[in-house]
Design a protein around this ligand. Structure first.
Ligand code: BTN
Length: 259
């Protein structure tokens, strides 16, 4: 017997809004998969490159950045990936542009922590995992988003993640997806046409590291100063302003220094 999704997903409404923007676009909801990013890359390797929004109610092997695992609970989280052929002249800043779009679709109080986490009240609300590959000479991107909808325990984490319902109690995973899917596609197409520059001020308006002491994993310390037009993090250090681009760099706000 085929397992049915446990939530009511607005697949048709999203398809109607997005298909005119992305020819060949489809929406698919799966009750369970290892990882929506992994599945879309598998399909792409098999030659299926049409634009696709793949939502999973449960991921059994969700992946985060830097090889980490991404844990999520069915119905208490939103996990999806959007895959499409994309040919921007410059890829820098794509994940930041995605964060800007998702945050703007939801709530003015949602912050962005460079490079691509959504934060609320000092806690992580959502993460973004972008992967690209070339198939038959065509560049293809998979944009994965994982968002906590209900607040949840996270044993082992020093700070429990935030849940969207703490900020927007009426939201569930399907409503959240409906709100953000079409603006996200529009943002990606805008990025393809014009790059990150038009998103920079919008990112900076939500930058949670701005004017805070930050420490990078390579030992660099300084004051967060927003991002530049390519999406590099500006850090004001003792030896001048640094433009930080490496995705291997982790940035942690330090506790405020007491006078
Ligand atoms: C991070 O913050 O490290 C990124 C997390 C990205 C998680 C999402 S959930 C949907 C998609 N499928 C995955 O396996 N990962 C991304």
């Amino acid at each position: 017997m085929t397992q049915m999704p446990v939530l009511r997903w607005p697949a048709e409404a999203i398809w109607e809004a997005v298909a005119p923007l992305l020819p060949g676009f489809t929406v698919e909801i799966l009750p369970e998969i290892d990882s929506t990013n992994t599945e879309l890359m598998r399909r792409a390797r098999a030659g299926r490159l049409d634009p696709l929004l793949l939502v999973a109610e449960t991921q059994t092997a969700g992946r985060g950045r830097l090889g980490r695992e991404w844990h999520s609970a069915t119905a208490d989280s939103l996990t999806f990936s959007l895959a499409l052929p994309l040919t921007p002249p410059d890829w820098s800043g794509l994940s930041l542009a995605v964060g800007v779009s998702v945050a703007e679709s939801l709530h003015p109080a949602i912050g962005l922590k460079w490079p691509n986490d959504l934060w609320w009240q000092e806690r992580k609300l959502a993460g973004i995992l972008i992967e690209t590959a070339t198939f038959g000479g065509q560049r293809y991107v998979v944009i994965g988003v994982g968002m906590n909808i209900a607040p949840r325990e996270a044993p082992g984490l020093s700070t429990p993640p935030a849940g969207l319902q703490e900020l927007m109690p009426d939201m569930d995973a399907p409503k959240t997806l409906l709100r953000l899917a079409t603006p996200l596609v529009q943002a990606i197409l805008a990025f393809e046409a014009s790059g990150f520059a038009p998103f920079a001020a919008r990112f900076n308006a939500r930058d949670v590291l701005c004017n805070r002491e930050v420490r990078l994993s390579d030992g660099l310390q300084g004051m967060g100063h927003g991002v530049d037009e390519t999406g590099a993090l500006l850090v004001h250090t003792a030896t001048g302003m640094k433009h930080v681009t490496s995705s291997e760099v982790s940035v942690r706000p330090q506790p405020a220094v007491k006078p």
